[in-house]
Design a protein. Structure first.
Ligand code: PLP
Length: 378
């Protein structure tokens, strides 16, 4: 059987990884400034993570959500501490799309309304409602098309208000820093407007933290920069450092009902052990603060480079927009300098989404390579 070829691939076979480095089958070492799409948060094969997952597997890997799984409670408590939202409630699933799907569904259950307001440039995943709330018609199949989702331009308060005036709004979903969209930031005033309009119209504010969350922006949730709470935060990617896990953190005013949400695999012992290990390392090594500090340094230095039009983002979620197509530079970085960075929906913008514990030496290595390539032609 052949693979169903939906991904354009680099001709590189990665077989080993440690910290912020990965090695291919020929023994070539690459600096990973992309974290496999923002997934690697505490570094590849972190010893505490490996130990926790291996140890858990020796005891039990999976049982269904019909019994107590104490690791779920431990994870909820640790995420409550890390995020500072101790009175929120945790529901565990398996991916970012699933987290968003559950969040929007929950908002609709709770409010009894059906409309979702999403942002132009948004990416929320590929399941039915998540993809309908994603601003990319080429990945929305006819069966996913719906009138329930209304798109407004990011940071356009008048358009947001007008969308509410149409009535029947169950939720507003927003990436406080758009990832796939090219690292575009929601303004703090705009986010506060979402909060106040949701309160006025009885809708829920869903912060999609799948990419920008779990400490990457220099606060646990990127939404925290606006100083107002969301009703639901969705997470995945960095939460499990590569182990598939998704989650939604739900405000205390939202009451659960048996059967309202559910999943077979979500919250299994092994996934929880992985996410607990990540939370342990995040707390012990103060990685949220580290991401902010190192991000400030990196962003400051990137702005000094030639041919750079704009540097956007916060912490270790950074978009670098060139005056030209970024693809040739990315290719040179990968094949000549052995550094992984990411593309984005905007062809001139490449993304940096490294592990949150990269050191200054990793940042400097990237800067040195960029300086070299951007002063020569590529
Ligand atoms: C902001 C955001 N939301 C949701 C998703 C979907 O996550 P997953 O691929 O785990 O379903 C992604 C994936 O890139 C994302 O960046």
């Amino acid at each position: 059987m052949d693979l169903f070829k939906v991904y354009p691939l680099w001709d590189i076979d990665i077989v080993r990884a440690e910290g912020s480095y990965v090695w291919d089958d020929k023994g070539t070492r690459y600096l990973d400034m992309y974290g496999g799409h923002a997934v690697i948060s505490i570094g590849h094969t972190h010893p505490h993570y490996v130990e926790k997952v291996v140890d858990q597997l020796k005891h039990i890997g999976f049982y269904s959500n019909s019994v107590i799984i104490d690791q779920q409670r431990e994870l909820a408590s640790k995420l409550g501490e890390l995020s500072g939202k101790r009175d929120y409630q945790l529901f565990l699933c398996n991916s970012g799309a699933e987290a968003n799907e559950n969040a929007m569904k929950l908002a609709s259950f709770v409010t009894g309304k059906s409309k979702v307001i999403a942002m132009k440039g948004a990416f929320h995943g590929r399941t039915s409602l998540a993809v309908a709330a994603t601003d990319n018609p080429s990945i929305v199949a006819p069966v996913n098309r719906t009138d329930h989702v209304v798109f407004v331009p990011l940071n356009d308060e008048a358009a947001l208000e007008a969308a509410f005036e149409g009535g029947d709004v169950s939720s507003v979903i927003i990436e406080n820093i758009q990832g796939v969209g090219g690292v575009r930031m929601a303004g703090e005033g705009f986010v506060r407007k979402i909060r106040s309009l949701c309160d006025r119209y009885g809708a829920l504010y869903v912060a999609d933290e799948v990419q920008c969350g779990c400490g990457r922006s220099g606060k646990y949730y990127a939404a925290d920069w606006a100083g107002v709470d969301a009703d639901i935060y969705t997470m995945a990617k960095g939460l499990g450092n590569g182990f598939p896990i998704g989650a939604i953190s739900i405000a205390p005013h939202i009451a659960p009902k048996f059967g309202m949400l559910g999943t077979t695999f979500g919250g299994n012992h092994l996934a929880c052990a992985a996410a607990i290990a990540v939370a342990d390392v995040m707390a012990a090594d103060r990685l949220v603060d580290h991401a902010r500090e190192l991000g400030d340094y990196l962003i400051g230095e990137l702005k000094k480079l030639p041919r750079v039009k704009e540097v956007r983002g916060r912490g270790l979620m950074i978009g670098v927009e060139l005056f030209e197509d970024a693809a040739p530079l990315r290719r040179k970085l990968l094949f000549d300098e052995k550094i992984f960075v990411g593309s984005s929906g905007d062809k001139n913008t490449f993304r940096l989404l490294p592990a949150l514990n990269i050191g200054r030496e990793h940042a400097d290595r990237l800067l040195e390579a960029l300086r070299k390539l951007l002063t020569t032609s590529c």
